[in-house]
Write a protein that binds this ligand. Sequence first.
Ligand code: BDP
Length: 709
Amino acid sequence: MTLSRPSAILLGLVSLLGGAHVKAEMKVEDGYELWLRYAPRTQKTSTARIASLVMQGESKTEQIALAELQRGLAGLQGADVPRSHAVGNGSLLVGTPNSSPLVAALGWGHELARLGPEGFAIRSLTLHGRRATVIASQSAVGCLYGSFHLLRLLATGQAVPKRGIAEKPRIRRRLLNHWDNLDGTIERGYAGQSLWRWDELPQKMDARIADYGRANASLGLNGAVLNNVNASPEILTGAYLAKVAALADVLRPYGIRVYLSANFAAPKALGDLATADPLDPAVAAWWKKKAQEIYDLIPDFGGYLVKANSEGQPGPFDYGRSHADGANMLADSLAPLGGVVIWRAFVYQAGVDYDRIKRAYLEIMPHDGEFRSNVFVQAKNGPLDFQVREPFHPLFGGLAKTKVAVELQITQEYFGHSTHLVYLGQLWHEFLTAETYAKGTGSKATGSTVAAAVDGTLFSHTDSLIAGVANTGSDRNWCGHPFAAANWYAFGRLAWNPLLDPDDLAREWVLQTWGSDPRVVETSLDLMKRSWPAFIDYDSPLGLAGVYEKDLHYAPDPGMVDARHEDWSASYFNRADAAGLGFDRTRKGSGAVDQYHAPLPDLFDDIDRCPEKFLLWFHHVPWDHRLKSGRTLWDELCLRYERGVREAAAMKAQWEGLKSRVDPERYRVVLEKLSQQAEDAKAWREKSLGYFRQFSGRPIPAASGAERP
Ligand code: BDP
């Protein structure tokens, strides 16, 4: 199976088989090609044609870049582009100063050095009297990234700007975190089974792994944690490491380093030692030996991701040791070999504080300054758990001496799984551009956004890391919902540059995924733009959180009580009672507002100034409290749910307008899912308002949702 151009079965065949009425040039597509379809553009562009490819380097990675350019240009330009040894008119020259004498002769060494090992430059220029385009980098991987960049420009109808392009990633480690289990299932995965076929590896390698690498490289992603954070110790056995090494060999030429989730108790669980105490020399020695074994097989191994003392996972607390003790012991085993430890901050030990969202900050902050230099503390974007909207985690801007990494969730655990269309670009943008005020207020605040905390510039860290919990699986279209691939895409592009505009990214993705028919493009973009606000409205408006049914996390069930843990109960989070709704985190309540830098605590603390999007997150609001709209909380809540329901219905109707403009299979899949989404929205409103009404005791206003937003 390879990512080929859209299969060339034409309408005639489609109508014979299914009778769909589509335009004559419509191809049958199944989504496997993702955004790398390279379909010929139907709209005119001013972009100059590439007439030949000049590539002197012979490394695997450069060969991959060459093959990609050949495939992409053949598709986009409608004819094969020959490889040539000399630069002619319309040539595209690709290479590094080391691999290509032609590139070396350009004298760009200084600039390329400034762009770093993964950066690249693209320029149109005259070479020996011929008009040519050059993609150059210090490294082969940079050439691959540059090739994908140029193909993206061509596929989206953009020309190389006159001043040229100089790109380098703002974040050094750009990872997918796969929550894949060794039995092939995926925790919170909604697109089939794991891509890694552990039972067949290492003897048999699925050709799809290279396509996975290719899709990631097209975005600039350069790392993958292969297994679930709820880690099976077995992944560290010799038998599994051989499988991991085989995958690493396939992914390496795409610039992807492999990382593993490590079970903290592995030395004990695998039967080698009686303890996993991080301060026991035998334990440290076990991990040192393990690290050496891994690096012998995988010389560029990235490191360990660790979920410790969280949700039943083992960790240093089991031996009375601290987070820093645990992380540092592992870090010391990896440091001489070049690996890092990614220590998750998704920790919430009962007893630390009644308010669950305060606990990670309270557990981790006292250790700021104790962690080794090859440790990252990886926090989720918000202090709870990938909810539909959360204020940023106060560890961003809080931790100063520790490198803080962020974990975003691409897979839609709380966003309707692979059934609802929800584009997450705006959510991530809101988060990344949030001001932490770590450097004070006013002009001093400049540069203290969450993005600056993550890319390391806020506190001058030289290494940086961003991770996205992957939504990929064995489904033919990779992510289950055709539009879910947009979230993989947007995450990858934001990992390269967190300041990119989510609307621009949506446009890029749509043009490459659905083609350039203006009606299809504008409708798809509109759907994506409306999808997150709509989802918030019919799922968790006004800062509600944790409203979900037990374990599954699909539909809301705000009255759900989980006997296992109070802080797994929906009612614990929304605290609906006769007085009102929401969690009081003001200074009169849990005081969580004070985990932020001024002026945020005062802002969040004041019910009249707190942004309404976080109102029920920070306040227990009386049912008759007036909101900015002049409506009471109860009326506003009803309106929001109703508005969400209307939006979901409108999204479906909008898509129906694209029948005959979109290839039949992808059209059908999206329509089916949007229909379910519209039905769910109604049911979710009923369920939620039905529950809250028992407390508000007020009627649901008849015309609550008459207007569209
Ligand atoms: C929660 C998920 C759970 C994960 C956990 C985590 O429900 O499946 O194991 O986060 O991130 O969101 O560790």
